[in-house]
Write a protein that binds this ligand. Structure first.
Ligand SMILES: Nc1ncnc2c1ncn2[C@@H]1O[C@H](COP(=O)(O)OP(=O)(O)O)[C@@H](O)[C@H]1O
Ligand SMILES: [Mg+2]
Length: 284
């Protein structure tokens, strides 16, 4: 399901004194199987942009096409679209409602007209994907569980729809480092094992550096940078002007390069940095 966005602009409360243009002429194509990190300061338009991709916000100006669904076309089958484009909102645990974990995760598939056996299988698979134990949790109330577990149940509910595109809006917000790493690992597995196209919204470069195949940086509603993580991190100064950090090791290498050492600036991992520094060391 490739995604195509052309000339997309969006204004909240147009023709009112509170009018606020959130997106300006966005042009993007996202191919099947990409893992996109969508990055930007608070208010840069990340949430507004992704809500266009499953029709929660209708294009006001410009075009959005997701696979065969033209979202400017009023006769689009929104239900089918939303089944294919799974959206995990910020703090998704706030939307849990089921009396049991099973009921919550099964809610979406129950509306698909599939057999109870298939629904159960989907719940089992979805919980497994987020590392939660089906047998011990299925009859528990989701509200008794920890914050991290609740969030994973909410994600399982989206996965149970078997989406082809998974969009997550700041899925690690408010979690401790362990909870954050668990969720990011699971998302990574979804990309590789379920072959999903992933769009992960974050304002943390550190989170996304290791995972994404592509980074798109929004600034004030416009695409400011777009490329591989290496390409994007080569713009350390521009990123910091936008109030975005680069991974610490990238900042270090950028500084070394500025001071005249012949190291690559585009370094994201400690191992790469070690290689680069050893190269210089050994050539002396
Ligand atoms: N419902 C809304 N009504 C009015 N303005 C909004 C609304 N939602 C977002 N905005 C404004 O649109 C801009 C982009 O917001 P948003 O897409 O939420 O950014 P991000 O997700 O990157 O923080 C911001 O200036 C924000 O204040
Ligand atoms: Mg947001």
């Amino acid at each position: 399901m490739p995604i195509k966005i052309e000339g997309l602009s969006y204004i909240y409360s147009p023709q009112s004194p509170l009018a606020k243009q959130a997106l300006w002429d966005i042009n993007l194509e996202i191919a099947d199987g990409e893992f996109v990190g969508l990055i930007g300061h608070t208010g840069s338009g990340k949430s507004t942009l992704i809500q266009h991709l499953n029709g929660l916000i209708k294009p006001m100006q410009g075009k959005v096409v997701v696979d065969e669904f033209d979202l400017t076309d009023k006769s689009t089958n929104w239900r089918q679209l939303r089944q294919k484009v799974g959206m995990v909102f910020q703090y998704p645990e706030h939307q849990l409602f089921g009396e049991t974990v099973y009921e919550d995760v099964a809610f979406g598939p129950k509306n698909l007209g599939i057999s109870e056996a298939e629904i159960e299988q989907r719940v089992i698979d979805a919980l497994k994907m987020v590392d939660l134990d089906y047998d011990s949790l299925k009859d528990r109330s989701p509200f008794e569980l920890s914050g991290g577990q609740k969030r994973r149940i909410a994600i399982a509910g989206v996965l149970a729809m078997r989406p082809r595109i998974l969009i997550l809006d700041e899925p690690t917000a408010g979690l401790d480092p362990r909870g954050r790493d668990e969720i990011l690992d699971q998302v990574k597995r979804l990309h590789t094992e379920w072959d999903l196209t992933v769009i992960l919204v974050t304002h943390s470069m550190e989170d996304i550096a290791r995972l994404a195949t592509r980074l798109i940086v929004l600034e004030k509603g416009r695409v400011a940078l777009d490329g591989t993580p290496y390409e994007v991190f080569a713009n350390a100064e521009e990123l910091s002007r936008m109030g975005l950090g680069v991974p610490q090791v990238t900042a270090l290498m950028s500084e070394l390069s500025k001071r005249g050492l012949a190291v690559k600036k585009e370094v994201m991992t400690i191992e790469d940095a070690e290689q680069e520094i050893l190269k210089i060391w050994e050539s002396k």
